[in-house]
Design a protein around this ligand. Structure first.
Ligand code: LMR
Length: 398
């Protein structure tokens, strides 16, 4: 039977990483996958994570099963991080949550849950959006529609077009919004825009599904949660998927959370029963180690402070790299205005070059970025900046 199978193309982000890993060029540069790197080009384990792991090594008493929702303490601490301890939806017990295998697990289980709510679920995603959104959502049987988001000409958000398109959505449709650090564009909604989107969606009866994979890497932990918290105050029903891959650096530990907000505690409990049943039939329960690390950090004031400091320095380093990149390009022979890079947030920006130029950077200089010209700014450092800008100048003048 297997002889009839056709090979499928690999995910564009993961296949690029595979190519980078086998490249032997001494100056090869990975600006592809969204992974934070330090000045030495390493993705270090955060200090608080190391300390939490060492505490867990001695304190952990059992490897017995947890539950489809993961542990109650993780879910409690993760909710406070995302919504803040005083959020009315939390106080009103309208939020149920499940620890998930990464942000992907949260998105997929959210999609499975939505599919279970209605046979004709449609979800609107930004154009463009992260390459894995469509597979995760359609894999659960959701229909995808797109709303305009990034304007490649102005390097900003096509806000009017976004609103006009969402006016066409039907009551009961879901709208996937990036909570912060839009992937792939780095162009984020400002507070007034969040409010306008919330007003439109509430008027039309649309339901928010927020993907927040980069909390703390844009403007700050609290600032980045602005949109999620605003929507959660005004919508009776909503989903939020979060990830600890980037802000805790737990990529391979697969740690994330899915939150479902319902109109009242009874409906939240029923929604939870549906979700946990879906989880049981997919992977039974989430892996424990990453969540135990997060739980250990967030339950300890000293470790939380240490983690927040390290996260702030990661964020500031990315913001600094954005400015340095703009300065280096401005000081070079490269024509054009690249200042938009310093007004965007998180790891990614579109450089705005053609797929052929991206290919040339890869072939001639071993500089790897996604074909769309999405680059991971956090992959740059002081020593690679000149190499990158001079390669870019050569490619653009060819
Ligand atoms: C990315 O967009 O590069 C990251 O979210 C990593 C991934 O899994 O694609």
């Amino acid at each position: 039977m297997f002889e009839h199978l056709q090979p499928l193309p690999q995910d564009p982000i993961l296949s690029l990483l595979g190519e980078y890993r086998v490249d032997t060029h001494p100056h090869k540069l990975d600006l592809g996958i969204g992974v934070y790197k330090d000045e030495q080009g390493n993705t270090p384990i955060i200090g608080a994570v190391k300390e939490a792991e060492s505490r867990l090594l001695t304190s952990e008493q059992s490897k017995s099963y947890t539950a489809p929702a993961g542990t109650a303490e993780y879910n409690h601490l993760a909710s406070a991080l995302v919504f803040g301890t005083e959020h009315p939806a939390l106080k009103d017990q309208r939020i149920i949550s499940a620890q998930t295998p990464g942000g992907c697990g949260a998105l997929r289980m959210g999609a499975e849950f939505l599919r279970g709510c209605s046979q004709k679920s449609r979800v609107w995603v930004s154009l463009p959006t992260w390459a894995n959104h469509a597979p995760l959502l359609t894999g659960a049987g959701l229909e995808i529609a797109e709303y305009p988001y990034y304007d490649y000409a102005t390097k900003g958000i096509q806000f009017e077009a976004m609103l006009q398109t969402l006016e066409q959505a039907h009551a009961g449709d879901f709208v996937l919004l990036h909570g912060c650090c839009h992937n792939p564009s780095g162009a984020d909604l400002n507070p007034a825009q969040w409010q306008a989107v919330a007003d439109l969606m509430a008027r039309k009866g649309l339901i928010p599904f927020v993907d927040m994979a980069y909390q703390g890497l844009g403007n700050g932990l609290e600032q980045d949660a602005f949109g999620v918290r605003l929507l959660a105050e005004h919508f009776p029903e909503m989903l939020v998927a979060t990830s600890c891959s980037k802000n805790f650096g737990l990529y391979r530990e697969r740690t994330g959370t899915l939150f479902i907000i319902a109109a009242n505690p009874a409906q939240a409990e029923t929604a939870g029963s549906q979700l946990f049943s879906k989880i049981r039939s997919h992977y039974s329960m989430p892996p424990a180690h990453g969540a135990a690390i997060v739980e250990t950090i967030l339950a300890d004031t000293g470790l939380t402070l240490s983690w927040k400091c390290e996260l702030a320095s990661m964020r500031e380093r990315i913001q600094g790299l954005r400015q340095q990149l703009v300065s280096a390009i401005t000081a070079s022979d490269i024509e054009g205005d690249f200042t938009f890079i310093q007004h965007q947030f998180g790891m990614f920006s579109f450089l705005g070059i053609s797929p052929q130029q991206v290919e040339q950077l890869r072939q001639d200089y071993s500089i790897y970025m996604i074909n769309s010209s999405r680059m991971n700014i956090a992959g740059l450092n002081q020593s690679s900046m000149d190499y990158f800008v001079s390669a870019l100048a050569k490619v653009l003048s060819a």
